[in-house]
Design a binder for this molecule. Sequence first.
Ligand code: GUN
Length: 296
Amino acid sequence: MAGQVIDGKAFAADVRARVAAHVARLAEEQGLVPGLAVVLVGEDPASQVYVRNKGVQTLEAGMRSFEHKLPADTPEADLLALIARLNADAQVHGILVQLPLPAHMNADLVINAIDPAKDVDGFHISNVGLLGTGQKAMVPCTPLGCLMMLRAYHGSLSGLNAVVVGRSNIVGKPMAQLLLGDSCTVTIAHSRTKDLAALCRSADILVAAVGRPEMITGDMVKPGATVIDVGINRVERDGKTRLVGDVDFASAAAVAGAITPVPGGVGPMTIACLLANTLTACCRAHGLPEPEGLTA
Ligand code: GUN
């Protein structure tokens, strides 16, 4: 029996609508408009598309959008000076520096220069530590989006076996922390994991975030499991470029209870959660109640 396909586009539209409704209330009741600053260094085409989409969706949610585009050869000191200005700007509640940065920049140094309260990516070392110790943090957008979909689909995640394949700082590790926070039993698998297939088959929740096209196949999925595919891989097929996930959708969907497709699964949730994080940062900065259902 084929599993239910989790519609990330519909989920993301719902998150954006809830953010927009909360933003409208903030404007009406507090005269407050959340603002997101996005910084892009260089001309990477994929990054330009992401940044444009972020700007459009920020405005659609009723927030202020500030875009800063710097040439690829910008000295690191100039980027740090811009971040310092954004940190001090009361109209800016969220700051995102688009990655990857040019090779002459130290990404850790740059990310850690952002005020942690405005770090809507959740990449600052303070937020990493807060999440790791179960304290209130800014949470990375992609794992937050995955968690929201899992909660909506399952209700409680308590006691479920979760396997996260991939140990990146952006997805794998924070995803594992969030699942642990919701009382899953969590295992992180990676390239050195022994008998990955057997481990994956033990998972009630299987999150694939490795960046290897279609490496998780149906024989690695427990019947009825929920499969979250974070991968976005470009492959050449029949002379065409296609987007595929880290999961072989056809074989996994035949076994899973529910599965996210690529495209149209996790992807749309990332920007929706960026908007949610910007709203959360604004509410926290002003000592107002946080939006319900839009945080970890
Ligand atoms: N580049 C690709 N995805 C992301 C993201 O989520 N945040 C940042 N800052 N850069 C990215």
